[in-house]
Design a protein around this ligand. Structure first.
Ligand code: UD1
Ligand code: UDP
Length: 404
């Protein structure tokens, strides 16, 4: 039986892109008719490698662009330059990019220059504020302009794309692949409970756990100082609280966090954790304080409140569901809301209902099915024979077999 034979190049560079594209890599690898090429820019190094190891993804290309304290300009130039030769050599039928990083935008631009079609996963999230998040808002908007197939996680993001006049038949609402990753990993994490408790011997898990992450560029400087000062005050005022903070490797994050939070007995500053361990920490936490996009999407599915240290968010669905709250970066406001959730059981419970505004774990299968169909159509149904039941196998895939 002859079938579709298309080369698909999946490109990513940072931790969140890797987590969100891992389900797609696995999905395409098991589908006949696709020749899958994985290219990592390595905009992140250690934090990317953690994800590649966990999901057992061996890239075909590693552009190895990361340098310590890299600037946006040098990073953009490096990704653009090195992607160009990969795309020339591979000449894929489609490139898949995800999200809003510099890798996302520069890889999409490089594909555009070679007239290679772009599929954008997690399309249409918007704040419409040029500098918030910075540079992600514009990275995502500019990537949309270069995109042929937009995979919007929610109706809200679809509406944003429609409002910008992108063609309706090029937009597909599929949920967010982060939920595919989360749902599969969380069972494995729960099954490893005793192992993780031993690993974090210094943390008293009989106490309530506040899990923290942060890395947004627009919060660098005074924003981070304020957030850390709030955490310090909360730690001192609540000796019955354990605070666990995996600190992002960006030097602009490392310095204020270590300067302001080292040495407090109930604050545990730890390196970035591999995804399995971090999912266990989220699942084990009482609440989460974060400026992370991915964490905002994951925590509602686990039924924990999430306080977001930003003034805006392109992920308003969890706010609407009542399980997330923007607390900004003013110290008093952060202290107020964490303390309120610690002290007021009714408010805590109202924000602790499991909600899945970002998907049901089937996104990667839906995306693969759509791309199978559109690539078949774009070839006029003529190239290299016919595909049996094109786009018809939409069953939930058994992703990450090695993790279960
Ligand atoms: C990047 C993305 C951001 C995304 C975030 C996820 C851009 C401009 N920023 O921000 O959108 O939300 O990743 O975490 O695309 N570093 C290491 N090892 C690592 C990773 C980072 O040492 O594994 C350090 C390096 O000094 C590096 C610096 O962090 O130069 C900044 O990395 P970069 O990717 O430019 O910015 P992030 O803040 O990580
Ligand atoms: N994460 C992780 N280890 C950590 C902290 C976060 O694996 O120590 C995961 C988290 O579960 C989410 C993703 O990394 O899936 C979010 O990455 P990050 O906050 O760096 O980027 P953003 O989502 O804000 O772009």
């Amino acid at each position: 039986m002859s079938q579709l034979n298309k080369k698909i190049l999946i490109c990513f560079g940072t931790r969140p892109e890797a987590i969100k594209l891992a389900p797609i890599v696995k999905e395409f690898q098991k589908r006949p008719g696709f020749n899958v090429c994985v290219c990592v820019t390595s905009q992140h190094r250690e934090m990317l490698d953690q994800v590649l190891d966990l999901f057992e993804i061996v890239p075909d290309y590693d552009l190895d662009v990361m340098t310590s304290g890299q600037t946006l300009e040098s990073l953009t130039l490096k990704v653009l330059g090195s992607m160009s030769s990969v795309l020339s050599k591979e000449n894929p039928d489609c490139i898949v990019v995800q999200g809003d990083t510099t890798t996302t935008f520069a890889a999409a631009l490089s594909a555009f220059y070679q007239k290679i079609p772009v599929a954008h996963v997690e399309a249409g999230l918007r704040t419409y504020q040029k500098f918030s998040p910075f540079p992600e808002e514009m990275n995502r908007q500019m990537t949309s302009c270069l995109t042929d197939w937009h995979f919007a996680p929610t109706e809200r993001s679809r509406d944003a794309l429609l409002g910008e006049k992108f063609p309706e038949d090029r937009i597909f609402v599929v949920g967010n692949t982060v939920i595919d990753a989360l749902l599969r990993v969380v069972e494995k994490a729960r099954a490893s409970d005793m192992t993780f408790r031993k690993e974090f011997q210094k943390v008293n898990f009989d106490k309530r756990l506040l899990l923290i992450t942060g890395h947004r560029r627009e919060n660098f400087g005074q924003g981070f100082i304020n957030v850390c000062s709030a955490i310090r005050d909360l730690a001192k005022a609540n000796q019955d609280l354990e605070i666990v903070y995996p600190v992002h490797l960006n030097p602009h994050v490392q310095k204020p966090v270590n300067d302001l939070l080292s040495g407090l007995p109930n604050v545990h500053l730890i390196p970035p954790q591999d995804y399995l361990t971090f999912v266990w920490l989220m699942d084990r936490s009482y609440m989460v304080l974060t400026d992370s996009g991915g964490v905002q999407e994951e925590v509602p599915s686990l039924g924990k409140p999430v306080l977001v240290t930003r003034d805006t968010t392109e992920r308003a669905e969890a706010l609407d569901a009542g399980v997330a709250r923007l607390v900004g970066t003013e110290m008093e406001r952060i202290v107020y809301w964490v303390q309120r959730l610690l002290d007021d059981v009714d408010i805590y419970q109202a924000m602790s209902r499991p909600q899945n505004p970002y998907g049901d774990g089937t996104s990667s299968g839906q995306i693969a099915k759509v791309l199978e169909g559109v690539l078949w159509q774009s070839s006029g149904g003529r190239t290299r024979g016919t595909i049996e039941g094109a786009g018809s196998h939409h069953e939930r895939s058994d992703l990450f077999q090695n993790l279960t």
